[in-house]
Design a protein around this ligand. Structure first.
Ligand code: GLC
Ligand code: MG
Length: 718
């Protein structure tokens, strides 16, 4: 298997990410995911197979947040850093939904960054749907496999919101879930590996997706920083923690049943109280401590929390368990590990009665403290119990089952000791970040191995067409097809040989008015190997390599102000236009045959568009055809977009053409060659700098141009 050191690129787009003092809970975008990605990055870098980890996120320069987020680079330790790229609304901190329209820009910025450092990651690991989109595009463009972690999924969120009674349209307006779900489907289809935290997540959440592929998903629980949690050993429990609990209890030395949870409905603390309150035998065996947040005056809490605490207090009285139940008012972060240790010291048990628990961090903390567990069977705890074997699962809505399980956990000393030991070992084995990363690297190696086999097969059949080389080539030749690249077999063979010798240094692309299908047919007829890039349908479509990976960034860019249906309707009324064949009608290109004497002049047609508030670019070729394109699209614009996207200066492009629809890409900073057999409309370019008129015809003309500019000499330098 492949043991090359790994360079891993993590992408997490939204929120506020830095190496210290994460602002958790500042807003909806600064939740668990931020901790997850920072801790994952650091843990990955500790693995011996990993040589570099970069965590890519958005650069934010905004007085409303700390200056840390405006740093382009921040070290997280040896071989691991945060890289920040600016994109989106003027570098301001905005909620994640508002970043979506700018994700293509992030793709472009990332490509430039990777080109600058002259090296590609072996793996792109995206987090959440927004990064999933960016990661998928980079993966396609660079030929690097993608790993994805969703953190949460749009379909599950929509179901939840609908179930809570919100209206479909409101949900859509606030969260744009349909776009998110579309992207998620795409990412799940494409990614080589999807990492989930629990099996429940795979079944209940990923299972909602058409593109979900169980074979390509892997459950690896997140690591937890359990360094603060350990069994009590001989250590003394802090007096404050002791006092906090024991002042409620008349026989404090009895075993302690401990529960720690926020006072919210779903945590089912009432269910626990009912189980304890109705079971005298259990009360004789053990005390109960419920640590439910902090309060000064219950009357100051929000209504839902008031109701829960009110019920707990009323039930202490109803079941008359005074002196047996502790309900501490306040506790600090430092008390938490001490509370687990206290319960472990007293041979007690931790209980999580939640209706459903997504992951179950408290169970991990209890296990690390050597405290056996009785837990809800719904959600993540299932996995934890299967891994640690340190307690029992129960139906949280069955009080009898709950109290029975607690008694079983408390009465058998031998079993208690085994569960206590199992928990400590299980957490170390399964829930540390190092354990997470060990599994991760194994899973990823499998992916890379598969990918490599595929790549080798591809390379064997044809060296060219590995589109990822666009990230590294120093020069790019872009040629029109008809009457420029093709037309003369001998010259063409010479040109192709020239390119073959420079594979990986000089990239090769075509730009044509033909549709993608027709361009491929024509190239095949002339035995031209698949270029790295195909600009087709007069610059409205860009595809890469043998697999014809579409550049969706380009499609999204030119979509602006394009109203195809309205244009079709309007042009149907214009005399002298006859629609071309169906194949030539594209999403972003409408094409007509022209009877030039019947067609109104272009000026009149532009006025017509204007009157109907429509925008479009009209391209007349050889007085025979008319193309209508989005205003942002043309062969020339497509070439410029490539330069920008792949970080190659325009003067490193050599473009070649023969007729009218090439004019736009021949002008400007590119090095241009007009072949000897050009049509008269190109004469207008004679006096321009950087436009060379070759004597030779067809492909031989291109070769003459390459020589004229010394493209050959420069390009063959190492
Ligand atoms: C190609 C296309 C056609 C287009 C013409 C001019 O022949 O097939 O649809 O109108 O180029 O760009
Ligand atoms: Mg041509």
């Amino acid at each position: 298997m492949n043991r090359d050191p790994l360079y891993i690129l993590l992408i997490s787009v939204h929120g506020l990410i830095r190496g210290h003092d994460l602002e958790l809970g500042r807003d909806a975008d600064t939740g668990g995911q931020t901790t997850y990605v920072v801790e994952l990055a650091r843990a990955l870098a500790r693995h011996s197979d990993v040589e570099q980890v970069d965590l890519l996120t958005r650069l934010i320069d905004d007085p409303a947040v700390a200056e840390d987020y405006a740093l382009a680079e921040e070290s997280l330790g040896e071989r691991v850093r945060i890289l920040r790229v600016p994109f989106g609304p003027s570098r301001r901190y905005v909620r994640k939904e508002l970043l979506w329209p700018h994700l293509d820009q992030m793709v472009d910025r990332c490509l430039q960054l990777l080109r600058q450092q002259d090296r590609l990651p072996g793996l792109i690991h995206s987090h959440y749907a927004d990064a999933g989109y960016v990661g998928q595009q980079l993966s396609l463009l660079l030929g690097v496999p993608q790993v994805h972690t969703s953190h949460s999924l749009g379909r599950a969120k929509r179901d939840r919101l609908l179930a809570s009674g919100r209206k479909e349209q409101d949900i859509e307006r606030q969260f744009s879930l349909s776009r998110r779900i579309r992207v998620e489907e795409g990412v799940l289809r494409h990614a080589s590996l999807v990492i989930a935290s629990t099996h429940e997540e795979v079944e209940e959440q990923y299972g909602l997706y058409h593109a979900h592929q169980p074979k390509r998903s892997m459950v690896i629980p997140p690591g937890s920083d359990t360094s603060r949690f350990s069994p009590p050993g001989r250590r003394k429990i802090k007096a404050e923690t002791l006092g906090m609990v024991d002042r409620f209890l008349s026989e404090p030395n009895k075993p302690l049943i401990l529960s720690i949870a926020r006072p919210v409905e779903g945590k089912n603390l009432k269910g626990l109280m009912d189980a304890y309150g109705t079971d005298r035998a259990l009360q004789d065996m053990a005390n109960l401590a419920i640590v439910a947040g902090n309060r000064d005056d219950i009357r100051d809490l929000d209504a839902a929390q008031q109701r829960i605490l009110h019920d707990l207090l009323m039930d202490v009285d109803r079941y008359d368990v005074w002196g047996k139940v502790a309900l501490p008012k306040r506790h600090s972060v430092e008390d938490v590990p001490e509370l687990y240790r206290l319960a472990a010291r007293r041979r007690g048990v931790f209980v999580n009665p939640a209706l459903i628990e997504l992951f179950g961090l408290t169970l991990i903390e209890a296990a690390a403290s050597g405290l056996p567990v009785v837990s809800t069977e719904n959600g993540g705890p299932r996995d934890i119990m299967a891994n640690c074997r340190n307690g029992l699962l129960v139906d949280p809505q069955d009080p009898l089952a709950l109290s029975a399980a607690l008694k079983v956990a408390l009465c058998d000393r031998e079993q208690w000791r085994r569960w206590s030991k199992n928990g400590v070992a299980g957490v170390r084995r399964e829930y540390s970040w190092d354990a997470h990363v060990a599994k991760y690297v194994r899973g990823v190696r499998r992916v890379l191995y598969r990918n490599r086999k595929r790549l080798r097969r591809q390379l064997a059949s044809d060296l060219r067409g590995d589109h990822s080389s666009l990230a590294f080539v120093q020069r790019l030749l872009i040629s029109d097809i008809d009457n420029t690249l093709v037309g003369d077999r001998e010259g063409l063979q010479e040109l192709l040989a020239w390119l073959r010798e420079r594979t990986g240094v000089v990239g090769f692309g075509v730009a044509t008015g033909r549709s993608l299908e027709s361009a491929r047919r024509q190239l095949r007829n002339w035995r031209v190997p698949m270029p790295e890039v195909l600009i087709t349908s007069v610059g409205t479509e860009i595809n890469y390599g043998r697999k014809l990976i579409p550049d969706t960034g380009w499609a999204n860019h030119i979509r602006d102000l394009w109203r195809r249906d309205a244009l079709v309707e309007l042009l149907a009324e214009v005399p002298g236009l006859r629609p071309q064949e169906a194949e030539n009608q594209r999403e972003f290109k409408l094409s007509y045959y022209v009877a030039i004497e019947d067609m109104p002049p272009l000026k009149t047609m532009y006025r017509l568009l204007h009157e109907r508030r429509l925008r479009g670019r009209l391209v007349l070729s050889r007085q025979e055809t008319l193309d209508v394109l989005p205003i942002r699209a043309s062969k020339g614009h497509a070439v410029r977009y490539l330069a920008y996207k792949w970080g190659l200066p325009l003067c490193n492009f050599l473009v070649a053409g023969d007729s009218g629809n090439d004019i736009e890409m021949l002008k400007g900073d590119t090095l241009a060659v007009v072949v000897g057999n050009h049509s008269p409309e190109l004469e207008s370019l004679r006096d321009l700098e950087n436009v060379y008129f070759a004597e030779a015809r067809y492909a031989s003309g291109i070769l003459e141009g390459l020589e004229h500019y010394g493209f050959e000499r420069v390009a063959s330098e190492p």
